[in-house]
Design a protein around this ligand. Structure first.
Ligand code: BYC
Length: 328
């Protein structure tokens, strides 16, 4: 029987019926699971977003990891080490979720180091002082929580379930950052100045984490229709600003935005726009640390080659032994 004969013998695929079933699942706010039929564009959108998310967790280990050896006490070192390890774990849950969509971890890693997929713009900014560790915890993990809590209800099962665990850990990360900064704010004038300088540098990049404004976001409309995203970029940015302003007041720092003020009519804070040209430059690979981040990740991947080779050789040996046992 030739391949053509086999095609002819296969039952006709009812594409319209499959699509109707998929759309009904989305309309009921039920989950799409790996073995369910899904439109190709839905699968590709998810691979793009989940991979970008996983890469962000892994690249995000670098700016904070740079401070592990310089943390000012054993306690701070242990906390930072645990946080950076958590980010590695988040990356692994997300790569696993992405693999259920039919793309291998090896392929994903290659797409990252060959700069064919993106990771969050925020990690292309340097960590210049120890206060940055606290600011990243407070503002960067804070922005991540705002964005990720709604993703616990995303329409793709493995992604949503990974997000539940990630969010629990991110909440802890945010609190440790806030606690670190509040300790520094109770310290010397130099420490307070260090915190303010760090907040000044990270405020705008943190707002950029939510993506371009809604009217310039090519993916939001379709991703919302499919329940991949539950909120628009601008809605989440607003939620983050409203959440952060009282926290900044309690901490005793200000945000570098002259337009930031409470709008009683809207029941929200008005705020200025980040420099979207800068955002586009960073996303295109021209941020302050893009080259360094990718070079570091590529080297780590190459240095780990022997571990992968050893694990593969061991797995082959085990499989050969099982085959021999079965045929004996
Ligand atoms: N950076 O149509 P849009 C963490 C891209 S890690 C870079 O709005 P979408 C942590 C976007 O990909 C947290 N690129 O896209 C880790 C698209 O380009 P392509 C990371 C960005 O997907 C360690 C184009 O711009 N979180 O918390 O609908 C230590 C147009 O955008 C960015 C996630 O990944 C950006 N900021 O919405 C500490 C959350 N924004 O791909 C902390 C999951 C946009 O079409 N992701 N782009 O070429 C999402 O929620 C969504 O993907 C986004 C963007 C809201 C980010």
């Amino acid at each position: 029987m030739t391949a053509t004969d086999l095609d002819a013998a296969a039952p006709a695929v009812d594409e319209a019926g499959l699509l109707a079933g998929f759309e009904a699942t989305i309309a009921r706010s039920d989950r799409i699971e790996p073995r369910d039929w899904m439109p190709d564009h839905y699968r590709k959108t998810l691979i793009r977003q989940v991979a970008q998310h996983a890469h962000s967790e892994i690249i995000g280990m670098q700016p904070e990891g740079a401070w592990i050896t310089r943390a000012p006490s054993l306690r701070r070192k242990a906390i930072l080490l645990a946080k950076v390890q958590d980010e590695a774990g988040h990356g692994l849950y997300l790569y696993s979720a992405c693999e259920t969509l039919g793309v291998s971890r090896q392929e994903l890693t290659e797409m990252l180091i060959e700069v064919k997929q993106k990771y969050s713009s925020i990690f292309n900014y340097p960590t210049l002082s120890y206060a940055d560790v606290g600011t990243i915890g407070w503002l960067v993990d804070g922005a991540a929580i705002c964005n990720q809590v709604p993703l616990c209800r995303t329409s793709y099962g493995p992604y949503g379930r990974a997000m539940i665990r990630v969010c629990k850990e991110e909440s802890f990360h945010q609190r440790q950052g806030y606690e670190l900064l509040s300790t520094m704010m109770r310290g010397t004038d130099e420490q307070r100045a260090m915190v303010q300088e760090s907040v000044d540098r990270f405020w705008w990049p943190a707002l950029m984490m939510f993506g371009p404004p809604d009217d310039e976001s090519p993916n939001t409309e379709q991703s919302m229709a499919w329940g991949i995203k539950r909120n628009t970029n601008d809605d989440l940015r607003q939620r983050f600003v409203d959440m952060s302003v009282p926290q900044a007041e309690a901490l005793g720092v200000t945000f570098p935005d002259p337009e930031l003020r409470w709008n009683a009519e809207r029941g929200h804070h008005d705020f200025g726009q980040p420099d979207w040209d800068e955002f586009m430059q960073v996303v295109k690979g021209n941020g302050p640390c893009n080259t360094q981040r990718i070079a570091h990740r590529r080297k780590a991947h190459e240095d780990g080659g022997w571990v992968r080779e050893a694990a593969t050789a061991f797995a082959d040996k085990q499989a050969a032994a099982r085959r021999q046992e079965a045929s004996a």
